[in-house]
Design a protein around this ligand. Structure first.
Ligand SMILES: Nc1ncnc2c1ncn2[C@@H]1O[C@H](COP(=O)(O)OP(=O)(O)OP(=O)(O)O)[C@@H](O)[C@H]1O
Length: 298
């Protein structure tokens, strides 16, 4: 559905994206993860044509590029970006904003009442935006995207300022939207939240995707155990660990299970289970663990 090919963006001599390539299909939620100032927003700007890359292309449905006005119009109909809270009109109501997005993209506002109900906005949605709290504004921004109802959605920090109940509410909506075959990109610093709904999480570093984590692939399981650095050193002298084992951010010891047969797995589990009564976990690396692996390695 979307192909990003060799996209490079440099602000003066600072390269932010470096021949970045990525393909995404409908019915996917893709998390985008990286520390501040790494290029997540820049990538979204290129995808929505708010920024022309120095080189590279974005291709929609194998045919549309931001080359001609006609193509751009076709893409605009399919894609909506998360509104910036600063762009809300203080003197308009929430319903006004949702109607605006509904009319602009979907050509109707019939579906707006059901969104209001789903997002539990009934008590305030007819009031002017200037009376809204941060979290109410954020929910409105999400509601506007739902009103646009486009096949592709780019969400930058969608959970900003939301309390836990609202994070859960929006996460449920995202899962529902995925079922409706939307392609959704979520750039977020709320890492554990991504594990709930993302199919893939992309880690950006030095202008490229350094790792793609699949959250629907169970072949990447590890035995995981918290270890202090001196405990890790001790174990290293006691046993010969597989070369591809990990010791993440000086605290998390991980042994990949993928190449082991059942006997080997059992052997390692039994060996580690008795080590100082520590808790063992088995599973893939989560978003927090990968984040530590790629950005907090010491
Ligand atoms: N208009 C601009 N002019 C010059 N440099 C820019 C411009 N916009 C962004 N940058 C730089 O590009 C880099 C990437 O910025 P970007 O906003 O894409 O990061 P981000 O990953 O979205 O960060 P955050 O997590 O803080 O939102 C940063 O170093 C930033 O200073």
């Amino acid at each position: 559905m979307i192909k990003i090919k060799d996209v490079t963006v440099a602000y003066k001599d600072k390269k932010v994206l470096d021949k970045l390539t990525l393909t995404a299909e409908k019915g996917e939620i893709i998390g985008l993860v990286a520390p501040n100032g790494t290029g997540k927003t820049t990538l979204f700007k290129v995808m929505s044509n708010y920024l022309k890359p120095n080189s590279g292309v974005v291709i929609f449905n194998n045919k549309f590029e931001y080359k001609t006005e006609k193509d751009e119009l076709s893409i605009r109909k399919q894609l909506v970006t998360f509104p910036d809270q600063d762009d809300l009109f203080e003197e308009l109501t929430g319903v006004d904003h949702m109607n605006l997005y509904g009319n602009m993209w979907k050509g109707t506002t019939k579906h707006v009442p059901s969104i209001i109900e789903k997002l539990k906005m009934t008590s305030y949605v007819k009031k002017k935006v200037r009376t809204y709290s941060l979290g109410m504004r954020q929910r409105l921004c999400f509601a506007m995207m739902m009103a646009a109802d486009t096949p592709v959605m780019l969400m930058d920090e969608v959970m900003n300022g939301l309390d836990i109940a609202n994070v859960v509410l929006i996460s449920d909506c995202l899962i529902q939207m995925k079922k409706e075959e939307k392609l959704i990109f979520v750039a977020s610093h709320l890492l554990e939240n991504l594990d709930l709904y993302a199919d893939r999480v992309l880690y950006l570093k030095d202008g490229v995707i350094i790792h793609q984590q699949s959250l629907v692939d169970s072949t990447k399981d590890y035995i995981k155990m918290e270890l202090k650095p001196d405990e890790y050193k001790q174990l290293l002298t006691d046993y010969k660990f597989p070369d591809d084992h990990l010791y993440i951010a000086n605290h998390l010891f991980c042994i990949p299970l993928v190449h082991m047969d059942i006997e080997e797995k059992t052997e390692w589990i039994e060996r580690l289970l008795v080590y100082k009564g520590k808790e063992l976990k088995i599973g893939p690396l989560g978003t927090v663990e990968n984040y530590e692996k790629y950005y907090l390695e010491v």
